[in-house]
Design a protein around this ligand. Structure first.
Ligand code: ZN
Ligand code: ZN
Length: 313
C-alpha cells in the first residue's frame, strides 16, 4: 500500500524518463478496419520525435491519440513534426496506405526500407498513376517530399532527427511478398524488435526467422531487448496451407521457442511481447487472445496494443 502511494506521488515525468522507449500505436489491426491498420510510433520518452514503424493508418490514429490526450498537439503538428520518418516493412497496402493518402499534408522526411519495398513504391504507388510521385526517385515529375533510404542487412542506419538507429532483417511473407523486421536502438543501447508480416520458417521453408532470432538472442540475454512486436493474424484453426505468410498463436510459440533455444532456458519468462496485426472478423480476435493465454509454455507477458494509447517500456 505504502509502495503504491509513493509510486502515485512520483511525477509523471519521472516515470517517463526511467523508461527507454515510448510507443504510440496509430493502428493495430491486420485488415478489415481501414481506420486502424498497422502503424506504431516509436521514440524516446517525452521527446516527440518518432519513427513510424509502418504507416497503414496515420490520421485516424492521430485523432484517437489526441482524443485520449496521449498527444496535446494538433493533428498537423503530430503528422508533420512529431513523425520524423517512416520504416515500411513491406509493400502491402495495410502497411503504407496512411503514408500515401496523407502525403500532400506531410512534411519532408525519409522513407527507410529494404530495396524490394522501395521498388514497390516506385513501381506501383508513387508513379503518377494511382498517386503523384511524392518521392525523390522514379516517375517524373518527382515532388521530392520523401527521400528513399535503402536499408541493408547487417548495417545500422541512423534515423534523422531522432536519437534512434535501426538494423534491418529480411522476412518471408508468403509466395508473393518479401517483408522485413528492424531492431530499433536508442542512444544508450536499449533495443526493440519490430517485425512486419511474417510466416513461420517451417511453413515458408525459410531460415529468415532463425537468422533474426540468432541475432536477437544476445540482446535478450543482456536485457537490452525491451520488447518484441510481432504479428499473429489468424487463430490456430486456420489451415497451414492457407496462412498466406502469417502466424497463428501456435506458430508464434513455435518460433519464440527457437529464440529461447538460442538465448537460454527461461530467457523469455515474463518477457513482454506486443501482438500486432490481429485480423478482425467474427470472434477471431477473442479466439486468438484465448489461444495465446492458454498455451504459453515460455511464460510470455502478452500485450494487446490499443490505437492511440501510449506504452512505455
Ligand atoms: Zn499486413
Ligand atoms: Zn502483408
Amino acid at each position: 500500500m505504502k509502495k503504491l502511494f509513493l509510486f502515485l506521488l512520483l511525477p509523471f515525468h519521472a516515470i517517463l524518463w526511467s523508461q527507454s522507449f515510448e510507443l504510440v500505436p496509430l493502428g493495430v489491426y491486420g485488415g478489415g478496419d481501414e481506420s486502424n491498420l498497422s502503424a506504431y510510433l516509436i521514440g524516446e520518452p517525452g521527446k516527440n520525435a518518432f519513427l513510424a514503424l509502418d504507416a497503414g493508418t496515420l490520421r485516424s490514429g492521430i485523432q484517437v491519440a489526441i482524443a485520449n490526450q496521449t498527444f496535446t498537439a494538433t493533428e498537423a503538428v503530430v503528422l508533420k513534426s512529431y513523425i520524423k520518418g517512416y520504416f515500411i516493412s513491406h509493400g502491402h497496402l495495410d502497411h503504407l496506405a496512411g503514408l500515401i493518402i496523407n502525403s500532400p499534408d506531410d512534411s519532408k522526411k525519409n522513407i527507410y526500407a529494404m530495396d524490394y519495398v522501395i521498388d514497390i513504391f516506385k513501381k506501383y504507388y508513387f508513379t503518377n498513376g494511382p498517386w503523384s510521385n511524392f518521392a525523390n526517385e522514379g516517375a517524373s515529375p518527382v515532388l521530392n517530399k520523401y527521400t528513399y533510404k535503402k536499408l541493408d542487412t547487417q548495417t545500422k542506419q541512423k534515423i534523422e532527427n531522432t536519437g534512434l538507429q535501426i538494423e534491418a532483417f529480411e522476412l518471408s511473407h508468403g509466395d508473393f511478398s518479401k517483408s522485413s523486421a528492424v531492431l530499433v536502438e536508442n542512444n544508450v543501447g536499449a533495443v526493440v524488435l519490430y517485425l512486419g508480416d511474417t510466416g513461420a520458417d517451417r511453413i515458408e521453408k525459410s531460415d529468415n526467422l532463425a537468422r533474426l532470432w540468432k541475432n536477437t538472442a544476445p540482446l535478450l540475454q543482456s536485457k537490452k531487448l525491451k520488447t518484441i512486436l510481432i504479428e499473429v493474424s489468424f487463430p490456430n484453426s486456420q489451415p497451414e496451407n492457407a496462412l498466406y505468410g502469417h502466424l497463428t498463436p501456435k506458430l508464434l510459440v513455435e518460433e519464440l521457442q527457437v529464440l529461447e533455444s538460442y538465448a537460454g532456458k527461461g530467457s523469455l519468462d515474463r518477457f513482454k511481447v506486443i501482438i500486432t496485426h490481429l485480423k478482425p472478423g467474427g470472434d477471431q480476435i477473442e479466439t486468438i487472445k484465448k489461444e495465446l493465454e492458454e498455451n504459453n509454455p515460455l511464460g510470455l507477458d502478452y500485450i494487446f496494443p490499443k490505437q492511440g494509447e501510449r506504452l512505455l517500456f
